[in-house]
Ligand binder design. Structure first.
Ligand SMILES: [Zn+2]
Length: 440
């Protein structure tokens, strides 16, 4: 596709139409209440949430698209000045409310921009998206795949979100005398909170702006801003820290739960998860399999590929649970196997474990790359692995010993992780769609 026609999650001037995958802030950098360059296509849910995120935005610029429907865009070629038709279909990305991936077709070929996505192998909703995508691709193959490569590294192995949600419930049940705080973003993880509320039959505290978002999403009776009616609070992730938890514990016993994929990198580093603090809520492997098999009809989950070890604490007051809205490595692989694109470009270029997706998946692409390029990539990948090993040197013998040493190290590691998250969140994602984007 020529430059100057379509942008996805990229908001600088110079395109004729713009597409928003979802409203997370790393996908809206450059978008503001005064933005007015051209029509902006997004999901119905994103459009509904738009005024709360951008209060004076000119809503007449929004164009709502429905999943599974082809739309035709009449654009002008910037080079020949002649009319060009671009077809586009949105598909549910199963990432956060309103998140879409976009499939584009035209004279330039076929491109898929996933935005952030998670398609679990066992998810019925993902299966619907998969069927929709394959039907749309019946007669064509994807030339350029723009991929959510957040966890494009074999390090990252996560259970389905339903299983991780039950792990969170287990932690809460196992700490009956504690207040619980859960770190979340301004959008996303609603299914997790709904699961907790449903199983424990409790309301969940959220901050006022988040309550407004919940109401816009049609979730009216589950969330509250009254601290007196519940011991479970979902708090902004930026306010979630060891220091906060230590302060809260001076007032009341409080446990923090961080639902995120990132801490699970530690599974892989050095083959050890490092110092293990005592846990009062360990659930046996067998129990967990029995329990998770009852969740959402997941009887067919292949547990052998998942880390279903007992829940562990990452700090005296903090648990980390591998609940993530991004595809893990196995899901990314399955996705690429399904689509067999010609080329792949990762949309998260500054992930700390970033490796060009071609490094792992070139053999699944139709357009094979020159081998010299992969020698370079290989050394780059090895260097990145070394960097992670250095950063998270969790060799178990080194840190066995004094509790204070554990705490010092744990604090340092978690602070590193916070910086890592901050770095990730500062990254602006998105592209102006043009052919050269996929060839570098
Ligand atoms: Zn996102």
């Amino acid at each position: 596709m020529e430059a100057g026609m379509v942008s996805v999650d990229r908001w600088s001037d110079g395109s004729q139409v713009y597409f928003l995958t979802h409203l997370h802030s790393d996908h809206t950098k450059g978008l503001s209440s005064s933005w007015k360059f051209a029509p902006l296509y997004c999901s119905r849910i994103s459009a509904k949430l738009f005024p709360s995120k951008f209060p004076d935005f000119n809503l007449s610029l929004l164009r709502i698209v429905e999943a599974g429907v082809w739309y035709s865009l009449s654009l002008i070629s910037p080079t020949s000045n002649s009319p060009v038709t671009v077809k586009v279909m949105a598909i549910d990305a199963q990432h956060c409310p309103g998140a879409f991936m976009y499939l584009f077709q035209g004279e330039f070929g076929c491109m898929l921009y996933t935005g952030d996505f998670r398609w679990e192998r066992t998810s019925k909703k993902a299966q619907i998206g998969k069927t929709m995508l394959l039907n749309a691709l019946r007669d064509v193959k994807i030339d350029n795949l723009y991929l959510d490569n957040t966890y494009c590294n074999p390090t990252f192995k996560f259970p389905p979100r339903e299983v991780a949600a039950q792990q969170v419930v287990d932690i809460i049940i196992s700490n009956p005398d504690h207040d619980i705080i859960i770190g979340i973003d301004s959008l996303g993880k609603e299914e997790l909170l709904l699961h907790i509320s449903k199983v424990l039959k409790i309301k969940i505290w959220v901050w006022p702006e988040r309550l407004q978002t919940m109401h816009l999403l049609g979730l009216h009776d589950i969330f509250t801003t009254k601290t007196s009616v519940t011991r479970v609070r979902a708090v902004p992730r930026y306010s979630f820290s060891i220091e906060t938890l230590e302060g809260l514990n001076m007032l009341r016993p409080t446990i923090g739960i961080m639902p995120s994929g990132l801490p699970w990198a530690l599974n892989w580093v050095g083959g050890s998860r490092g110092p293990r603090l005592s846990s009062s809520c360990s659930v046996s492997h067998r129990d967990k399999i029995d329990r998770s098999s009852k969740i959402g009809g997941y009887n067919s989950i292949d547990m052998s590929n998942m880390d279903m070890k007992s829940i562990e604490r990452y700090h005296e007051f903090m648990y980390a649970v591998p609940y993530t809205d991004h595809a893990c490595f196995a899901e990314i692989k399955e996705f690429i196997e399904l689509l067999q694109p010609n080329t792949i470009k990762g949309i998260v270029s500054s992930s700390p474990s970033y490796v060009d997706p071609h490094y792992y998946f070139s053999h699944l692409c139709r357009g094979n790359q020159p081998s010299c390029k992969y020698q370079k990539l290989e050394s780059h990948a090895e260097r990145k692995k070394d960097e992670i090993r250095t950063k998270y040197n969790f060799g178990s013998t080194k840190f066995v010993g004094a509790a204070s040493e554990h705490r010092r190290f744990r604090r340092s590691a978690l602070n590193s992780r916070e910086r890592w998250i901050s770095k990730l969140r500062r990254v602006r994602r998105g592209v102006k769609i043009l052919e050269t984007n996929c060839n570098d």
